[in-house]
Design a protein around this ligand. Structure first.
Ligand SMILES: *Cc1c(COP(=O)(O)O)cnc(C)c1O
Length: 394
């Protein structure tokens, strides 16, 4: 048989990790709904094939596919993004260790770091992702890891990722990046020297708003360490969710192309609209790290945030007046979604902290779906007309 070469990510998404030979010739990876598999030889505990050990056929196929698309040796799926993140942090940080972590984190990660880690005797310091000079002062002899996100939520800031990798290598820290917002289509952390890439598979990887899943990607040595911890903490992904994630991932490249293109057009439309005070999108020239984002990413993703003039009232009116996007948290699916972070994802944060990060009461976050861009722009334009009076713009 001709050797198969999968060079581009689009091809890898479809063909990497698929069973060889195909199971009974099945073109689509079947669901192996079996908790355990017959023992073939005497093996150790971590080799027993059992769903919790993330080593049954559906999980294995995904591990290979995920590793292939981010150009890594190995990967691991988990029952949620938070299972992947918390398990990874608890793998590399132990009692007495210290973590450097970016100051604008996904809400669940923020709470895990600030509230849960201390109960394990693990301390942390926040760092400004855009100020590498300031990191050395925060480093301690017991610092073991540095943790950042590809783009922050909801301000879409892009940290100095090259400096993060350099700093980690210099001080022998494990570098971890939550790559959920970019997806492997737009950014592949291993290509830039990161040790571990983390994902909420709930978002772009699956893309259909119908499962919760997570992933960790990296070299075999690090992934086997995370696997041992995950085996015991128990956050494995069940075969049916594996199947859905697997199916969703096959269209990741197509979906991201549309997310990237549509979000850029919508961001430009918003920036020019006179009812809009501010737009945050790394693809815009006005974004503070636009050049860096252009250098690092192959696309700017489908996430953006903006503030209508007229603050909270105008934002609430806008959200009542749109007809296509769904008002809800989460992101990365085929449907466009809107949320007001001050009232949802960042409501637990003090008003001062929100203000410091630029998360105003009127800020709206948009997860641009794959609907026709023209329909979304028309819908937004009509909703803006409806809020003109509230925003007192004539
Ligand atoms: C959603 C999300 C998570 C958490 O993922 P779950 O699948 O909900 O556990 C982590 N990081 C980022 C950036 C996210 O958007």
């Amino acid at each position: 048989m001709k050797e198969k070469k999968f060079k581009h990510i689009e091809t890898k998404l479809i063909h990497s990790g698929e069973p060889e030979p195909r199971v009974q010739g099945a073109v689509s990876m079947p669901i192996f709904q079996s908790a355990m598999f017959e023992t073939r030889k005497e093996e150790g505990y971590h080799d027993i094939q059992y769903i919790r050990l993330n080593n049954t056929p559906n999980a294995r196929a995904l591990h290979e596919k995920l590793a292939a698309i981010e150009g890594a040796e190995d990967a691991l799926v988990a029952s949620s993004g938070m299972a992947a993140i918390s398990t990874t942090l608890l793998t590399f940080l132990h009692n007495g260790d210290h973590l450097l972590v970016q100051n604008c984190l996904y809400g669940g990660t923020h709470d895990f770091v600030t509230k849960d880690l201390q109960t394990f005797g693990i301390s942390y310091d926040f760092i400004d992702g855009n100020d590498p000079e300031s990191w050395e002062k925060k480093r301690r002899p017991n610092t073991k890891a540095i943790y950042v996100e590809t783009m922050t939520n909801p301000m879409l800031e892009v940290a100095d990722h090259k400096a993060v990798v350099k700093f980690a290598k210099k001080h022998d820290l494990v570098s971890m990046i939550d790559n959920t917002f970019a997806s492997p289509i737009n950014f592949r952390p291993m290509e830039h020297g990161f040790d571990l890439s983390l994902h909420s598979g709930t978002k772009y990887l699956n893309g259909h708003s119908d499962i919760v899943a997570g992933a960790v990607i990296g070299n075999s040595e690090l992934i086997s360490k995370v696997k041992h911890r995950l085996d015991h903490l128990g956050g494995s992904l069940d075969p049916h969710a594996c199947f859905l994630l697997h199916r969703g991932m096959k269209t990741l490249a197509l979906r991201m192309k549309q997310h990237n293109e549509s979000a850029l057009k919508i961001a430009r439309f918003l920036e020019e609209h006179n009812v809009v005070a501010k737009v945050n999108y790394p693809g815009l020239m006005s974004h503070p790290q636009h050049n860096r984002a252009g250098e690092l990413f192959d696309g700017f993703s489908g996430m953006l945030s903006f503030e209508p003039k007229g603050g909270k009232t105008a934002a609430e009116q806008f959200m009542k007046n749109v007809s296509i996007p769904i008002i809800t948290v989460s992101l990365g699916g085929v449907e466009s979604l809107l949320t007001r972070p001050a009232a949802t994802s960042h409501s637990g944060m003090s008003p001062e902290d929100r203000k410091r990060l630029g998360i105003t009461e009127g800020l709206i976050r948009v997860s641009v779906g794959v609907e026709a861009t023209e329909d979304l722009i028309e819908d937004f334009a009509e909703a803006f007309e409806a809020i003109r009076t509230v925003a007192s713009i004539h």
